[in-house]
Ligand binder design. Structure first.
Ligand SMILES: Cc1cc2nc3c(=O)[nH]c(=O)nc-3n(C[C@H](O)[C@H](O)[C@H](O)COP(=O)(O)O)c2cc1C
Ligand code: SF4
Length: 450
């Protein structure tokens, strides 16, 4: 049961160090690799001190929005109310497949991270919400929680400290929207997984109406490393000139790429080297045409744009896109961009919870128009209509699923308009010459051929 992706020497494996090592899955194996030292250290500290270490480290949420984890934890005050920690293991963002690997290979690392965060936010109860289709991760995390209870790491007297730490594993039912934090809480409460209007924010009224912190699987696993090895160690990893993005990050790479898989690099890694040197560029000597760098909800980059980008929150923002969840989707020069973008829109239309009319109608109409263009039945006016609908769908809804659909459509249309126009022009029988065809990059042109 090995891990399929061979480690590249330029990776920095922290979270993924034990991927592919079945022995790391058991409690004994995890302890032999330094496991549960972070929790032991945390339990000996005041919760505010734990919050401060994580704050100082600069660790930011890895679920997509990049909110600083320590600051989020510091919203939780000792107010005598029950507090809850939710761990978001729903991971349904197209192109993202890192959390499932943490849960599958190092379930105790996650349990340790969850328990550490629970101590820091004054919570006695934590929930690990795992997407229903993740059979193996579910089994691994459930077994790890059981082992941790049996060893007295969890329970009424966690690690002999008198502190109660209870963790429940919850199996989701496979709805993308249940990864949105407030929908996840509704789902945990047994309700339909609809996002809630904010405010109130979860730190004020979250799960069961009580103060709640929600973090991604990768965030919580990284937090345990931070507590064990210290803020300075974590901060030292990243671009020296960018203290806002620290540590390592797991990037899932899929699509038209020679070596797909999960790669762990320090934030600020050059995207050009990442794509062509680590991942081997496009397969079979083809050229990369476009990349969605942060899960399907973020703006698309052309291959040329990828050349000068740093893989951190600020670097991606400077290129007009987002680091998001770190799901890197690669398209080579054979990819039909209108078809690919229509496929993404269909996903969002299918997953909309339908509470907001802009999202319910907008995702559906966007999909219909894109699919009609792909069938060769579109008009040039459709392109403007798509952009107009996208504007109406953005910044106006309860959650950002609506924006997530509009964003790749708008950027795809802006950057690959000629491909849409070619489909429409063909239908109208006009000789259509695309104006600005992006050339893409060959590995050699990128200067880092594998
Ligand atoms: C539609 C939608 C789906 C989401 N899906 C996930 C998900 O699968 N996993 C995740 O960690 N965050 C997801 N998020 C982000 C969460 O709402 C939340 O920001 C995150 O879990 C916070 O954790 P972090 O601060 O550690 O990143 C999603 C957000 C939206 C709007
Ligand atoms: S934006 Fe879409 S998914 Fe989000 S709450 Fe509104 S309808 Fe539901």
């Amino acid at each position: 049961m090995g891990y399929p992706h061979p480690r590249h020497p330029r990776e920095t494996p922290v979270l993924s160090e034990h991927f592919g090592d079945p022995a790391a899955r058991t409690l004994a194996g995890w302890k032999a690799r330094g496991g549960y030292q972070a929790l032991e250290q945390a339990l000996a500290m005041d919760p505010v001190a734990v919050q401060n270490v994580v704050k100082d480290s600069g660790l930011r949420g890895r679920g997509g929005a990049g909110f600083p984890a320590g600051i989020k934890w510091s919203f939780m005050k000792p107010d005598g109310k029950p507090h809850y920690l939710c761990c978001n293991g729903d991971e349904s963002e197209p192109g993202t497949f890192k959390d499932r690997e943490i849960m599958r290979w190092t379930p105790h690392a996650l349990v340790e991270g969850v328990a550490t965060a629970m101590h820091a936010i004054y919570a006695e109860t934590g929930y690990i919400y795992i997407r229903g289709e993740f059979t193996e991760p579910l089994e691994a995390v459930t077994a790890a929680v059981r082992e941790a209870y049996a060893a007295g790491i969890l329970g009424a007297n966690a690690m002999g400290t008198g502190r109660r730490l209870d963790i429940h594993v919850h199996k989701g039912a496979g709805a993308y929207i249940c990864g949105e934090e407030t929908a996840l809480m509704n789902s945990l409460e047994g309700k339909r997984g609809n996002p809630r209007i904010k405010p109130p924010f979860p730190a004020v009224a979250g799960l069961f109406g009580k103060p709640t912190t929600i973090n991604n699987v990768e965030t919580l696993t990284a937090a345990a490393h931070v507590v064990r090895r210290g803020a300075e160690w974590y901060k030292a990893m990243g671009r020296p000139d960018n203290p806002k993005s620290t540590g390592t990050k797991l990037f899932s790479v899929c699509g038209n790429v020679a070596r797909p898989g999960n790669y762990e690099v320090t934030l600020g890694f050059p995207f050009k080297d990442f794509l062509w040197e680590l991942c081997g560029g496009a397969p079979d000597g083809r050229r990369i045409k476009a990349v969605i760098p942060g899960g399907s909800s973020v703006p698309i980059l052309t291959a040329e744009e990828c050349e000068a980008v740093f893989m951190d929150y600020e670097g991606m923002a400077a290129a007009g896109t987002l680091l998001g969840s770190g799901g890197v989707i690669v398209f080579d020069d054979t990819a039909d961009m209108p078809r690919q973008i229509a496929r993404l829109a269909r996903f969002y239309a299918h997953e909309s919870c339908a509470q907001c009319s802009q999202c319910r109608e907008g995702t559906a109409w966007t999909t219909r128009i894109l699919e009609r263009i792909c069938r060769g039945e579109g008009s040039f006016e459709d392109l403007d209509t798509l952009l107009e609908i996208g504007e109406q769908m953005s910044g106006k809804t309860i959650c950002v699923l609506s924006d997530s659909c509009a964003t790749p459509v708008a950027s795809g249309l802006r950057k690959f308009r000629h491909e849409f126009e070619a489909k429409i022009g063909k239908k109208q029988g006009k000789a259509f010459v695309p104006s600005a065809y992006p050339t893409g990059l060959t590995p050699a042109a990128a200067g880092s051929a594998p």
